[in-house]
Design a protein around this ligand. Structure first.
Ligand code: FES
Length: 123
């Protein structure tokens, strides 16, 4: 099956709009990586469901359009900075024709679960 291009608008952490496109089947994280989008700290675990830095906020309509969320994704989302009712992890959302032209909002902060234990000063 041939891949089709899907246009996606990102709102970055500075509330600026970035319009890009990716192939159907790619995840939002793939898109950020492939297009070299400058989204600070996004996708720290490279899509292995071990951080929550790929947290994105979607329109209700788009959110409803996507398939059900796995327990693993839900558990991680609970830890994401600025969680909303229409939050998803970008590495778990794959592009399809239906998503043509959607806007994906990247929250203005991240919570990287992997580093939270290592931050304070060492005694
Ligand atoms: Fe880490 Fe998505 S990139 S959970």
């Amino acid at each position: 099956r041939s891949q089709e291009k899907v246009t996606i608008h990102f709102i970055n952490r500075n509330r600026e709009k970035i319009t890009t496109s990716g192939s159907t089947g790619d995840s939002l994280l793939d898109l950020v990586v492939n297009q070299n989008l400058d989204l600070d700290g996004f996708g720290a675990c490279e899509g292995t469901l071990a951080c929550s830095t790929c947290h994105v906020i979607l329109d209700q309509k788009v959110y409803d359009q996507l398939g059900p969320i796995t327990d693993e994704e839900n558990d991680l989302l609970d830890l994401a900075y600025g969680l909303s009712d229409t939050s998803r992890l970008g590495c778990q959302v794959c592009l399809s024709r239906d998503l043509e032209g959607i806007t994906v909002c990247v929250p203005d902060g991240v919570n990287d679960m992997r580093s939270s234990e290592d931050t304070g000063p060492k005694l």
